[in-house]
Design a protein around this ligand. Sequence first.
Ligand code: SF4
Length: 250
Amino acid sequence: MVFGPVKSRRLGRSLGVNLLPVDGKLCNFDCIYCECGWTDAPDKPLRFNDRGVIAEALEARLRAMSEAGEGLDVITFAGNGEPTMHPHFAEIVDDTVALRDRLFPSAKVAVLSNATMIGRESVRKALERVDRAILKIDSAFPETIRIVNGPRFDYSLDKVIEWMNRFEGDIVVQTMFLRGEKDGIVIDNTTDEEVSAWLDVLDRVRPSQVMIYSIDRATPHDRLAKVSGDELERIAERVRARGYRCDHTV
Ligand code: SF4
C-alpha cells in the first residue's frame, strides 16, 4: 500500500502509494509494457485499498522517515493499476497533501495516471491540488494506442486532449517510446510520422513539461525492444524545439 522509498529514474527518491489491489491489477488500460503485468479480467473480484488504511500507513511511514532523518523528493501515486479509478481518489489526495504538509513539507506529491478519468471533475480538481499530474499519451494514432495501451473501453484521444486543456498547461505529459511486434503487427512509435503527430498533440495540450522514456524492466508482452538514450534525446530535442521542457530517462 505504501512502498519504498525507491530511486525513481524520473522523480528522484520516491515513496509510492498504491491505491489498488495488492493481489491483482486494476486498470482500464492493458499496456503491453506495463510493469505490473497484464490487467486482470474485469470479473476478477478485486478491491481498492481503504482510504483510512492508506492514510494510516502513509502517516506511519512518513513519520518514521522523518524521525530517521531520511530524504524524500516525492510521494508518488502509482502501483497495481490506475490510481484515479479509486472511488475516493480525491479524498486520498487531500489526506496525502495534508500529511505531506505536516510531516514532509519539502516533498512533492505526484500522480502517475493514464488520463482516462480526468474528465471527472473530482479527479481533475484533485490532480490540480498535487504538485505534478503526470499524464500518459503514447501516440497520436488510435491504432497504435489500441495495440500499445489496450484500452478496455471506447478511448478517444480528442476527449483526453479536451480534458487536458482544462488544466491550462499545469500537467506533465509522459510518453513511453518502444518498438516491437504484436499479432503480426509492427509497433514503433518512434517513426517520423508517429513523432510528428505526437508533437502536434503536445501543441494542442501545451504541457508544462514532457517526460519520455523507454522500457526498463520485464514487460508482459515479450516481443518489445527498448529505444536507446540517443534516440530519446533526438526526440527530446524536437520537443524542446517546440518550446517545451523535456527530460528523458533510459
Ligand atoms: S495505464 Fe499504467 S497501470 Fe494501466 S496498464 Fe498502462 S502502464 Fe499499466
